[in-house]
Design a protein around this ligand. Structure first.
Ligand code: GTP
Ligand code: MG
Length: 441
């Protein structure tokens, strides 16, 4: 999977080893090659441009960390952008232990195989009690389709039911009744595919879904169809919606472009990938692991940890300096919030604050609001110019409007940020007037 990208990428970075500086020209060369690799991997031109723009912005903007060589630093940037790209803004799905999973997709995409693999995976990963699983199908177009499912169910070792109803809607009702009567926890429901997306398939799916109580809708896409699978996904999304996708046949000589683009384009998670015909050939899709694999770097983890430590130390040092000197800027304020982020959520920190220990003085709503505010504040500060971050006096009303638009917030949020910042500054001033020691003692 992604072998094509992997081979290309790892040889690319080798060319950076030994560079003592990260310059426009040596990064530029590698960037051009990354661009070529992605295009060859069947990623759309527009996405390639977006990806490259992000990498450039980060790589050329960021200072080289002490602990990393410039080449390593560049790999770190590409890695982080890859993870963001592979994830999109999608939240990963949890495998349910009860309820209904309905599997949809084009003919031959791998629905039936995937459904059996999912049942197998659920059983194999159940630590305590195994859920009682039922496999059933409403695919009445291919006579052998339901026989295939029956064989698979016996291989998995789970329940199977063949409805005698011949109408799809009636069959669904009958299957749900059987699930109830048999005391099954989980139903994996197979549906019929068509050669291409058409209205009759979508209508049928709508009928099926209407009869199900909060099902997880899973779309199976054949990775071999490349970019085409993205347009199929878009059509399914418009017509019936779906919660996550499985990319099947990733073991084939597919070039991986669809998987690369999926999260960014659809904003939904790839849940699993199929890597063969057998029941156990299913892997959970993990964007960070996938990015590591694409980059072909075994020791990427160590490298990232090194960078992380470096960033933390540098941040701490800068913050301490500004605390001591009493010069506290919006930039420091942002740094302070990001460090809090790293320490964990506000809710987990509250118990360490003096006077707050376990007393629950902050309600969950207040904590949530605080976290929400911090997120907004960080987005606002990021939309400012470097000059404004150093000197908030530069922010006039027209800049406030522009910044608000850039950060996707309202102008009054900027007022609130400046108020909170002013409060923090007063506090910092107090500390720097020789009170710091007293305070910490
Ligand atoms: N190599 C490989 N083959 C797969 C994978 N998933 C499914 N297949 C094969 O693809 C073919 C079609 O799979 P099915 O599960 O029958 O596909 P389907 O979507 O249910 O097809 P219809 O019911 O006809 O619409 C079968 O030969 C499977 O063995 C995979 O991840 N890797
Ligand atoms: Mg099938």
């Amino acid at each position: 999977m992604f072998d094509f990208l992997t081979n290309r990428f790892s040889s690319l970075f080798n060319s950076l080893v030994g560079s003592s500086k990260l310059t426009e020209s040596n990064v530029g060369d590698v960037i051009v090659k990354i661009q070529e690799s992605l295009l060859e991997a069947d990623v759309q031109q527009q996405l390639v441009s977006d990806f490259i723009a992000r990498v450039k912005k980060e790589a050329l903007g960021e200072k080289v960390l002490k602990s990393l060589k410039p080449g390593e630093q560049f790999i770190k940037v590409v890695y982080e952008q890859l993870v963001m790209f592979l994830t999109g803004s999608a939240k990963q799905l949890e495998l349910p232990r009860q309820g209904i999973v309905v599997v949809m997709g084009l003919q031959g995409s791998g629905k039936t195989t995937t459904l059996a693999k999912l049942a197998h995976h659920t059983i194999a990963t159940s630590r305590k009690r195994q859920p009682k699983i039922l496999l059933a199908s409403v695919d009445f177009y291919r006579p052998a389709a339901i026989d295939q499912l029956e064989v698979l169910a016996s291989q998995v070792g789970c329940g199977f039911y063949r409805s005698s109803q011949k109408n799809v809607s009636d069959a669904v009702v009958d299957i749900i009744q059987h699930k109830k009567n048999g005391g099954y926890d989980l139903l994996f429901l197979d549906t019929a595919g068509r050669l291409q997306v058409d209205d009759s398939m979508m209508e049928e799916l709508k009928h099926v879904i209407a009869k199900l109580t909060s099902p997880i809708k899973l779309l199976v896409l054949d990775a071999m169809t490349g970019q085409q699978s993205l347009s199929v996904a878009k059509k399914f999304n418009e017509a019936v919606g779906f919660d996550g996708a499985v990319l099947s046949k990733m073991d084939s000589d597919t070039r991986g472009g669809a998987a690369f683009s999926f999260g960014y384009t659809l904003n939904k998670p790839i849940w699993f990938v199929g890597t063969g015909e057998h029941l156990n050939e299913l892997e959970q899709f993990k964007p960070d692991r996938m990015a590591t694999r694409i980059l072909g770097m075994g020791d990427l983890q160590t490298l990232l940890e090194k960078a992380e430590r470096d960033i933390e130390q540098a941040d701490q040092a800068v913050l301490e300096k500004s605390l001591r000197s009493g010069k506290f800027t919006l930039q420091d304020f942002e740094r302070q919030m990001s460090m809090m982020d790293k320490l964990g959520s506000l809710s987990s920190m509250v118990k360490y604050l003096p006077g707050m220990g376990g007393l629950g003085k902050l309600s969950p709503e207040m904590i949530e609001q605080g976290e929400h505010e911090m997120k907004k504040f960080k987005a606002i500060i990021r939309s400012m110019t470097p000059g404004e971050r150093q000197n908030h006096g530069l922010i006039n009303d027209s800049r406030k409007t522009r910044i608000a638009r850039g950060a996707g917030v309202q102008v009054k949020d900027i007022g609130l940020l400046l108020k909170r910042f002013e409060e923090s500054r007063q506090f910092v001033k107090l500390l720097s007037n020789g009170n710091m020691r007293r305070f910490f003692r």
